[in-house]
Ligand binder design. Structure first.
Ligand code: ADP
Length: 387
């Protein structure tokens, strides 16, 4: 533009018309519109922008655009503009991006920001078009939270855990039954008297395991439906010894020495023995797996009076590699596993069962000298105690 054109009445009229036009645009454009100069000073602020930010024209026009930004963006703005002027490389001009903006009252909200550039007399002015995303973003956030909650719920609710528990727990007697049946079939190849008596034993054991499978289903179903357990006074020593034999079934644990030590003053627990056996079997099997291939592999099962009156404590310790640090914090959460075929349910089931009995389970040592799981259970009030 030249000075002559400025001064001519026609040009003045055109300029005035343009100014009016711009003002009407600024008043009616539905998105927020902010025009700034090269120094970042605000030249125009549309009505929608005033509504969005809570400023009047008097309050904001002439101020620096960083007033509208969060502290992080404000710090970087001038540096960014300098960079752009020097290199001509813009990251935001012509492209939309989501940034956080700051209202007059200091609250922050997300906007979709697009910036256009115009050159007048060799100087740039920038027009920012801003669209409020807070509602959209909030709706999305709520949606995501709800989805996360749903996933969390279906995975971790007691019923969900128990349903998976059922599958996991049933696996043990079913594997045992399969082993006995296979052994029985092999024995039929040499049907002499010895084989036949061993076959009878295998079939008996198989039948016992199927009864046990049925009991597990019933107990777990009861547990889920009523949230209760049927307690009785169960002598601890035979329970632990049976659990050791059962845990060995289907594993290559012959080389692992298992020592069971029961303190003299430990007698019976008040518990559902089948469920407690499940816990012990799970812990032992984890130990056997951790020990596989080790020389001098050993598991120590110890029962002793607990620190709390009326409770007793059972330790199951192995001399394997210990718990991996990555899983240590999540150990009792479902689906935590370092095994290729593991479901990561064993320990979470153990915890559910022990806590349902009023006890607690924790891991005593991590890494180095093997793993040591310890759980507590209430002592049974035997009638002889009152004599
Ligand atoms: P899963 O046996 O299906 O992996 P668990 O809940 O039984 O699930 O165990 C979770 C993880 O805890 C295992 O994958 C393993 O990494 C670790 N863990 C449990 N017991 C031991 C142990 N005695 N020694 C070393 N790591 C163990």
């Amino acid at each position: 533009m030249t000075g002559e054109q400025h001064n001519s009445p026609d040009a003045m009229q055109t300029l005035e018309a343009l100014q009016l036009h711009l003002e009407s645009v600024l008043e009616s454009v539905p998105d927020g519109m902010v025009i700034i100069n090269e120094e970042g000073q605000i030249l125009q602020f549309s009505r929608a922008a005033r509504d969005l930010f809570g400023y009047t024209n008097e309050e904001i026009v002439g101020k620096h655009v960083s007033e509208l930004m969060t502290r992080h963006d404000a710090v970087h703005h001038d540096q960014y503009m300098d960079n752009y002027r020097r290199t001509g490389k813009a990251h935001i001009i012509g492209v939309g991006r989501v940034v956080m903006a700051k209202r007059a009252n200091g609250t922050e909200f997300p906007i979709d920001l697009k910036i256009g550039e115009a050159k007048i007399d060799g100087r740039s002015i920038y027009t920012g078009f801003l669209r409020d995303l807070s509602e959209k973003q909030q709706a999305e956030l709520r949606m995501r939270e709800m989805q996360a909650e749903l996933v969390h719920f279906s995975r971790l609710s007691a019923v969900g855990t128990m349903a998976s528990a059922l599958a996991h727990e049933l696996n043990q007697p079913l594997t045992a039954i399969a082993n006995y049946l296979e052994a029985g079939r092999d024995l039929l190849d040499t049907p002499d008297a010895d084989s036949l008596s061993m076959l009878a034993e295998a079939l008996d054991e198989g039948a016992r395991q199927s009864v046990r499978a049925g009991q597990i289903v019933r107990k777990l179903r009861d547990f889920v439906s009523r949230g209760e357990i049927s307690r009785r006074a169960a002598p601890l020593a035979p329970l632990l010894e049976d659990a050791v034999s059962l845990a060995r079934i289907g594993t290559n644990s012959e080389a692992v020495k298992v020592r069971v030590q029961i303190a003299d003053d430990v007698d019976a627990i008040s518990a559902d023995p089948i469920q407690i056996q499940q816990v012990v079997i799970n812990l032992l099997r984890n130990a056997f797996e951790a020990l596989s291939g080790r020389e001098d592999a050993e598991v120590r099962v110890r029962a002793m009076p607990g620190e709390e009156a009326g409770m007793l404590a059972v330790d199951i310790c192995d001399n394997g590699p210990g718990i991996e640090p990555e899983v240590a914090a999540q150990l009792f959460k479902p689906f935590t596993s370092t095994k290729t075929t593991g479901m990561g349910l064993g320990l979470s089931i153990c915890q559910t069962i022990i806590e349902a009995h009023g006890g607690a389970i924790h891991v005593k040592s991590l890494g180095g000298d093997g793993a040591c799981f310890c759980f507590t259970l209430p002592v049974a009030e035997l009638e002889t105690d009152h004599d």
